[in-house]
Ligand binder design. Structure first.
Ligand code: P71
Length: 470
């Protein structure tokens, strides 16, 4: 065997290395069970990674939602929880942090993102109205539909092609939106629902230029624009890096400008904002706020806690500040990209360009011999778990559910398996182990069989569906 000279990660890519802007103060042991035990656990879970026990998982890349490590400052903040039923001081800290960093006037805490989605959908959608958006997200679309709305995908076509290298695949196709307005009339459009970055497209960003043009189009038709701000900080990183005129602007400044073009936003704070639970909803309009503040007491709690403990709101207020720091965002996305660079170099099909929060394996090309109805992405998630105990998430035909009218499967173009990287949790060595496991599963791809669904729940079926090997 030839002896290769070891090189650091930076040297391999011809640059100086950088490192995470933190050090580790507390560790949580990981456990790896044997291959036989994993096989048993997988059958028991019906080949659905959502149904595995986390004790049976080695490296957990199911989601970046609520799985981040909090800082020492956030933990200290937890001890300063003011658990008053009404008017907790931590609420005012949270309100101030959202106002300062996202720029909206009125703020409501919610138990998590979907709590906020529920409220905004119920208040801002009239039955029969349309809700155009830059690709669907599962919970977002469901709440829009439950409020009587109909989601319409107006993202650019490039977003549906995993190999297209467009730098802003989250952009809205203004011609598609214009055609919808023409067809149904502006009055039949509840609002435009814009996510930055776009989760289901692979964590792909929206450009500021596109948003500015979108804003103008909305204003000219009197249509409101609401943001899904869940991973907006990550979106700002791509604007800073890729869009002309933003290289010298901070992440915080870019986020603030982005939000200035919107009428409000909902947030799953479990992602960008670095907390294990929480969300918020923020709007500018007084009347709209009035209605939301009234509805929140029915579903979430009083408007100064919205389903969160005082300590949760404090950790969230601090998490918002930390999430805006440039060196934090750079190392977070840098880690995702490192994994992406390895897999790309080894010829493993992934969504390109690599987005903000995850590597999305392209299961269609990975398992070219499986048809979509054999659940290639679900199969890949199962095989990865079997190989190494790594947990990933299906984002394909199972996630897309059924057509509300015809009852047939929705068959999305993207059939993906997501390796989602929690923030501040795993190291570069973990990424190496993950990459090698993906490669091992890839090497065995031709002998892999697909799955059949044996149990299908009515709502968001992917969470609890069960499968069997074909
Ligand atoms: C993710 C999640 C969590 C999740 C949700 C549904 C199915 C599987 C996993 C949640 C989001 C999100 C965006 C863009 C709103 C929510 C809901 N993502 N918008 O990616 O990504 O927030 O989970 O706090 O209710 O694993 P919530």
């Amino acid at each position: 065997m030839t002896h290769l000279k070891p090189e650091t990660m930076g040297q391999q890519f011809g640059r100086r290395s950088w490192a995470e802007p933190w050090k580790i103060k507390m560790v949580e042991p990981l456990r790896m069970i044997s291959r036989e035990e994993r096989e048993r656990a997988l059958v028991e879970a019906g080949y659905n990674t959502f149904l595995l026990r986390s004790d049976d998982v080695y490296i957990d890349l199911l989601t970046d939602s609520g799985t981040s490590a909090m800082s020492d400052r956030q933990w200290a903040g937890m001890m300063l929880g003011d658990e008053a039923y009404a008017g907790s001081r931590n609420f005012y800290h949270l309100e101030g942090a959202v106002q300062r960093h996202y720029g909206f006037r009125h703020v409501l805490p919610t138990h998590q993102g979907r709590g906020a989605e529920h409220l905004i959908s119920q208040v801002a959608i009239k039955p029969g109205q349309f809700v155009p958006g830059n690709m669907y997200f599962t919970t977002t679309r469901l709440h829009q539909e439950l409020a009587g709305g109909q989601f319409v995908d107006v993202i650019i076509d490039e977003a549906h092609d995993p190999q297209d290298l467009h730098p802003f695949k989250g952009d809205v196709d203004l011609a598609k939106l214009g055609a919808l307005i023409e067809r149904v009339g502006a009055g039949q459009i509840a609002y435009v629902s814009l996510a930055g970055t776009v989760n289901m497209a692979g964590g792909q960003p929206v450009s500021m230029a596109n948003l500015r043009a979108l804003r103008e189009l909305c204003i000219s038709h009197g249509i409101r624009l609401f943001l899904d701000a869940t991973r907006l900080v990550e979106n700002a990183f791509f604007i800073q890096e890729q869009e002309a005129g933003f290289a010298e602007r901070s992440i915080a400044e870019i986020v603030l400008e982005f939000c200035s073009y919107a009428d409000g936003a909902w947030m799953s704070a479990k992602k960008d904002n670095l907390v294990n639970i929480g969300g918020w909803l923020a709007v500018n309009d007084d009347e709209l706020f009035e209605e939301l503040r009234n509805l929140i007491v029915v579903y979430e709690g009083l408007h100064t806690y919205g389903g969160l403990a005082g300590r949760d709101m404090e950790a969230l207020a601090i998490g918002i500040e930390e999430s805006m720091q440039d060196d934090h965002v750079r190392s977070r996305i840098g880690q995702v990209r490192y994994l992406g660079e390895l897999l790309t170099d080894w010829g493993i099909p992934i969504v390109q360009p690599v987005g903000g929060h995850a590597i999305f394996l392209d299961a269609r090309r990975f398992y070219a011999h499986l048809v979509q109805d054999e659940f290639p992405a679900q199969t890949l998630a199962a095989e990865l778990y079997l190989d190494s105990g790594i947990r990933s998430m299906e984002r394909g035909i199972a996630s897309a559910g059924r057509d509300a009218k015809t009852g047939d499967h929705n068959r999305p173009k993207l059939e993906l398996t997501r390796l989602t990287i929690p923030r501040r949790v795993y190291t570069q060595a973990h990424m190496d182990v993950v990459a090698e496991s993906v490669k091992a599963v890839h090497d065995e791809r031709e002998s892999t069989r697909g799955l059949r669904m044996t149990y299908e729940p009515k709502y968001l079926r992917f969470f609890q569906a069960r499968f069997e090997r074909l």
